[in-house]
Design a protein around this ligand. Structure first.
Ligand code: C2E
Ligand code: MG
Ligand code: MG
Ligand code: MG
Length: 281
């Protein structure tokens, strides 16, 4: 019985958390304070135009500077945040900060938009639209300069209410990206219902472009064609090598993201990466 109880107590612990001396309950208490105490911070990763190398947008990625555990990646605390509902205030904070950052960089690089990840829980909330309107308005950012990234699984559970909410966001000018495409329960039948503007091919497919070239190539090619048919822009995620860059470019992906173009970095580093090309656009 003790064994079973122990097991269930750890069910939502990530491996990293289990190794540390901090209990789940402590971490939840810490996370509750993290937003108010300014322990969250953002990094930005460029998404480039493959043909020119120009930065087209930057994705905001959250990190938590934990007072005792040091810097934590999203994988170490987002599952807990989602399980407890703390993801809502976290994502709201990320949205506000990212909009502010984008409003500032657009003074020098007017074309460069910002992408923000939004957890599935937001789609079930009627106040999502108001949250987005408030964040962009407070920052003085055009909603057209904002992309919301949603995972396939978040979108697929989409009821008519959710689809309607997405359409309202589109009417405001907000862009909608399907993140990590290919990793969820990809049902092609839902794709035409979702008012998305872009599709991000998951990096697991891009990673295989080196090793199992023919099959991986065919997969990325098929997704790119599919996106074209649905009039969606395509972003290849996780491009690390020259060979992967050459492959996704040859296949016809228009945009790329990954270490080949730039790692997630603090805002000043992103600003330095915004070349005169971006400024000129
Ligand atoms: P994602 O949205 O697919 O973000 C891309 C992830 O891939 C980031 O990890 C990024 O650092 C990593 N990455 C980018 N390029 C490369 C590459 O070339 N090679 C490799 N190996 N990795 C690369 P990160 O920052 O750890 O974020 C992980 C996930 O956490 C994100 O995946 C996203 O789903 C989630 N996430 C991050 N920030 C937020 C947030 O503010 N809110 C919500 N709801 N989710 C977030
Ligand atoms: Mg993303
Ligand atoms: Mg992604
Ligand atoms: Mg991914």
């Amino acid at each position: 019985a003790a064994k079973a109880a122990g097991k269930s107590a750890y069910r939502t612990c990530t491996p990293a958390l289990r190794e540390s001396a901090v209990s789940r309950a402590e971490l939840i208490a810490d996370l509750r304070r993290a937003v108010d105490e300014g322990q969250l911070q953002l990094e930005f990763q460029p998404i480039v135009d493959l043909a020119t190398g120009a930065v087209r947008s930057a994705e905001a990625l959250v990190r938590w500077r934990h007072p005792r555990l040091g810097m934590l990646d999203p994988a170490k605390f987002l599952p807990l945040a989602e399980a407890t509902g703390l993801i809502l205030p976290i994502d709201r904070w990320v949205l506000q900060e990212a909009c502010r950052a984008a409003a500032a960089w657009r003074q020098n690089a007017p074309g460069v938009i910002v992408a923000v990840n939004i957890a599935a829980a937001h789609l079930r909330r009627p106040d999502l639209i108001a949250t987005v309107i408030a964040a962009t308005a407070d920052a003085g950012l055009s909603p057209r300069a904002l992309t919301l990234e949603l995972t396939e699984s978040a979108l697929i559970e989409g009821s008519d209410v959710v689809l309607d909410r997405l359409r309202q966001l589109r009417e405001l000018g907000v862009r909608i990206a399907i993140d990590d495409f290919g990793t969820g329960y990809s049902s092609l039948s839902y794709l035409h219902r979702i008012p998305a503007t872009e599709l991000k091919i998951d990096r697991s497919f891009v990673a295989r472009l080196g090793a199992e070239a023919p099959r991986a190539y065919a997969t990325v090619e098929m997704v790119t064609r599919l996106a074209g048919a649905f009039d969606l822009a395509v972003v290849a995620e996780g491009v690390e090598t020259e060979a992967q860059h050459a492959a996704v470019t040859a296949i016809g992906c228009v945009h790329g993201q990954g270490w080949r173009y730039g790692r997630p970095a603090a805002l000043p580093e992103l600003l330095a990466a915004l070349t005169p090309v971006d400024v000129a656009r």
